[in-house]
Design a protein around this ligand. Structure first.
Ligand code: IMP
Ligand code: MG
Length: 172
């Protein structure tokens, strides 16, 4: 492993923003139950902080997809773990670590749209608008970031760095 990634977003910056997002998302649904659907594996750290920043009735569910190898999207999205929680009739918030080209999210939204969900929205911790290839609606964004490969706080490079407590730029 090379040197520690350079800090882009500190632990404190992330905590402050995630707390705001939790309040905003809860406010959008009043007292109604919400299912936070974490996209495996990158969203796990964000999801676990986000649900604790939301009051009221919240369930978690998980959908596993894989599209990346190294630092480039393979363009092919594969389902590695299908949702086990019934989503029908519920408000669902897809929780993503980062929207980069948007191809993964676009595929996920397509597969969910057929499931009779009450409402479907998206919360992404990070947004890399410079690389967008699919026009996808993102309802809540934590931070817009420059076109750099980032790791930490759940985001990986070949499965490593997810445990880094901040978001850093991977410089190789
Ligand atoms: P997209 O399909 O290009 O939008 O990529 C979405 C997925 O690729 C995310 O859910 C991440 O798992 C991964 N990804 C995209 N950019 C990065 C990055 O900078 N660091 C780590 N993972 C990334
Ligand atoms: Mg990944």
């Amino acid at each position: 492993m090379s040197d520690k990634p350079r800090v882009l977003l500190s632990t404190e910056q992330i905590a402050t923003r995630v707390a705001e997002l939790g309040r905003e998302i809860r406010a959008a649904y009043g007292d109604e139950p919400v299912i936070c659907l974490g996209i495996l594996k990158g969203s796990i750290v964000f999801l676990s902080d986000l649900i604790r920043a939301m009051d009221g009735p919240v369930q978690c569910a998980f959908l596993g997809v894989s599209s990346y190898e190294g630092t480039e999207s393979s363009g092919q999205v594969r389902i590695t773990h299908d949702v086990r929680t019934p989503l029908k009739g519920h408000h669902v918030v897809v929780v993503e670590d980062i929207v980069d080209t948007g191809l993964t999210l676009s595929y996920i939204l397509k597969t969910l749209q057929v499931r009779d969900i009450k409402s479907l929205k998206v919360a992404a911790l990070l947004d890399k608008p410079a690389r967008r290839r699919a026009d996808v609606p993102v309802d809540w964004i934590g931070f817009s970031i420059p076109d750099e490969f980032v790791v930490g706080y759940g985001l990986d490079l070949d499965e490593y760095y997810r445990n880094l407590p901040y978001i850093g730029i991977y410089e190789g």
